[in-house]
Ligand binder design. Structure first.
Ligand code: GLN
Length: 579
């Protein structure tokens, strides 16, 4: 491809982390992506996670936060949500790779006979597979000859070379974030793959290392030693970082940066600091001010040029800074953990900012909700989100919340399991089916032999009935939904009749009861045309009472907040009296 009139090969940026986890590698990777995009480059970002699960789909949110779903139906790490929200790119199954997937590919190939006669080893076979995936999105100078060389004396397999050449696409920059922290046993093969790629790619590869500079209160000092150790560890694996991003709670002066630069063999202008900021969306501009993107361009031999103004992003930040009026939105769910409902939280925040308010999100544990305390728990809430989830635990609380908000006309947004709970509540309290339930919970009911009397207004999808494996077998990814003209949802989407949203579920609205719902005031206003599956229910008589089987939160971005969240928050704001 041509960039500024010149042919350019794909450049690869590797982002690693040291000292401690949770430093925000995902935010830094997403920010780098945003800054390079603002300069007109085509960028993609991928995450490599060193755990053995094939994907995080079967993980409890307490283990790994939210499971983020791509349009093509891959269950992935929540960092992909940051990538999409920051850059607006649409990730795919290729943007999320785990050790489990790497090993599975290699082991499947071994069984297939692709390596006949060879001993399969971490180096080169696992590292070659990691490299193949790291290069997946690139157009590069790695001719098959060079790749063969990298495969260590021909031990590797030639089919991976062919696949590499076949997989060429048109990205100027491929950012690869490696999960975990330097020194973890699990991440060693990834580090070795990066080391080899740097050697092969020369200036087309850049290593960004994110570390932590702690502040010791008793000594009133910032300490760079952990960073020095972390870089030494990286160097010990044969990787010299090009750029260091230092996470810090306090400002680092130039002498501190110089110290780090000289101890770590890094140019002074390549030592940038990432101080704590009130919002993650401030990070790209902070990084730009310190020249992080310019440093990357210099390292890869690309003319730096003018600093882009990032007008839309900055006007969003201005809106964010000016949105001081607060509204309270309750999140009714069972995981009391910031990361568990990450995309919902961010979607609410973003929609708030565009509606000129700060959304204060208050988590309400559905397991603690009773008919006696619900009024107290929801006091002062401008709106309520009933969260997605799996399993019986906490569902009765969600049903009580749905009843309370329906009967008190509090704006309510039910997402996936949240929508299903709205449907069950309506059946129990309006349609008069006291035993209405979801077939998801039938296993429990079998034990108490109550099952026969249950009315499953939420039933298992036909296609799911023969499924036995748990991983990656739900209805996943983007499917079409036809909206009913004149409905609130249709209006929220700006009058579009056909939308596409992402899914992650096994159960669905039972169409056998559809007429009764509609006759009693709950309308099915979004339908998947291929499967006749109910995607959206709403009660038009109420201010805002909408449940979606899909997950709109996955497709809300900074510059394009999701229309349903926008309309929900707008209604919440309108119903709140200004203090
Ligand atoms: N457990 C429900 C189902 O499988 C809802 C899933 C969800 O909320 N993502 O249909």
């Amino acid at each position: 491809m041509t960039i500024r009139g010149k042919e350019m090969d794909t450049k690869y940026i590797f982002v690693t982390g040291g000292v401690v986890s949770s430093l925000g590698k995902g935010i830094i990777s997403a920010s780098i992506g945003k800054l390079l995009q603002a300069r007109g480059y085509k960028v993609t970002i991928q995450k490599f996670d060193p755990y053995i699960n094939i994907d995080p789909g079967t993980l409890n949110p307490y283990e790994h936060g939210e499971c983020y779903v791509t349009e093509d139906g891959m269950e992935t790490d929540l960092d992909l949500g940051h990538y999409e929200r920051f850059t607006g790119i649409r990730t795919t199954r290729h943007n999320s790779v785990t050790t489990g997937r790497i090993y599975k590919t290699v082991i499947d190939r071994e069984r297939h006979g692709d390596y006949l006669g060879k001993t399969i080893q971490v180096v080169p076979h696992i590292t070659d597979e990691i490299k193949r995936r790291m290069l997946h999105f690139g157009v590069d100078k790695l001719t098959s000859e060079q790749v063969d060389k990298s495969d260590v004396n021909g031990k590797g397999n030639n089919s991976s070379t062919r696949q590499l050449v076949n997989s060429l696409t048109e990205y100027d920059f491929v950012i690869t974030e490696v999960g975990g922290t330097i020194g973890d046993i699990e991440s060693a093969p990834f580090m070795e793959a990066i080391r080899q790629l740097r050697w092969q790619l020369g200036r087309s590869a850049v290593c960004v290392h994110l570390t932590y500079v702690p502040y010791l209160k008793a000594a009133d000092e910032l300490k760079t030693k952990p960073t020095q150790h972390s870089v030494k560890e990286l160097q010990g694996m044969g990787i010299q970082p090009d750029i260091l991003v230092l996470r810090t709670e306090r400002h680092l002066d130039d002498s501190m940066r110089l110290k780090v630069a000289s101890f770590c063999n890094v140019d002074l202008e390549c030592v940038v600091q990432s101080e704590d900021v009130p919002s993650i969306y401030e990070v790209p501009v902070r990084m730009q001010r310190q020249g992080l993107d310019a440093a990357i361009l210099r390292k890869t031999g690309i003319p730096v040029g003018e600093t882009p103004a990032m007008i839309p992003w900055n006007s969003f930040l201005n809106k964010q800074r000016n949105a001081t009026r607060e509204i309270n939105v309750a999140l009714v769910g069972k995981y009391d953990l910031q990361d568990a409902y990450k995309s919902i939280r961010e979607s609410l925040n973003l929609a708030g900012i565009y509606n000129d308010v700060k959304t204060r999100i208050l988590f309400i544990n559905s397991e603690e909700i009773t008919t006696g305390n619900i009024a107290e728990k929801l006091r002062g809430m401008a709106g309520v989100v009933i969260c997605p989830g799996f399993g019986r635990r906490g569902i009765e609380g969600k049903i009580i919340a749905a009843e309370y908000t329906r009967t008190h006309d509090i704006p309510t947004f039910g997402i996936c399991l949240g929508m299903q709970m709205m449907v069950i509540e309506f059946a129990r309290n309006v349609l008069g089916y006291k035993d209405a339930d979801s077939a998801e919970f039938s296993k429990v009911d079998k034990l108490t032999s109550e099952q026969v009397d249950k009315i499953y207004v939420i039933d298992m999808m036909e296609e799911q009935k023969s499924v036995t494996d748990m991983g990656g077998t739900m209805r996943l990814g983007a499917y079409e939904c036809e909206l009913v003209p004149g409905s609130r949802s249709f209006d929220a989407y700006g009058g579009e009749t056909l939308i596409r949203e992402r899914h992650r579920h096994r159960y669905e609205f039972n169409n056998r009861y559809k007429e009764q719902y509609e006759a009693n005031g709950m309308k099915c206003v979004g339908i998947n045309p291929a499967a006749d599956l109910v995607e959206i229910v709403e009660i038009p008589a109420l201010k805002w009472y909408i449940g979606t089987q899909f997950h709109p939160e996955y497709s809300s971005t900074v510059l394009r907040p999701h229309p349903l969240f926008m309309d929900f928050i707008k209604t919440c704001v309108n119903g709140t009296v200004e203090a």
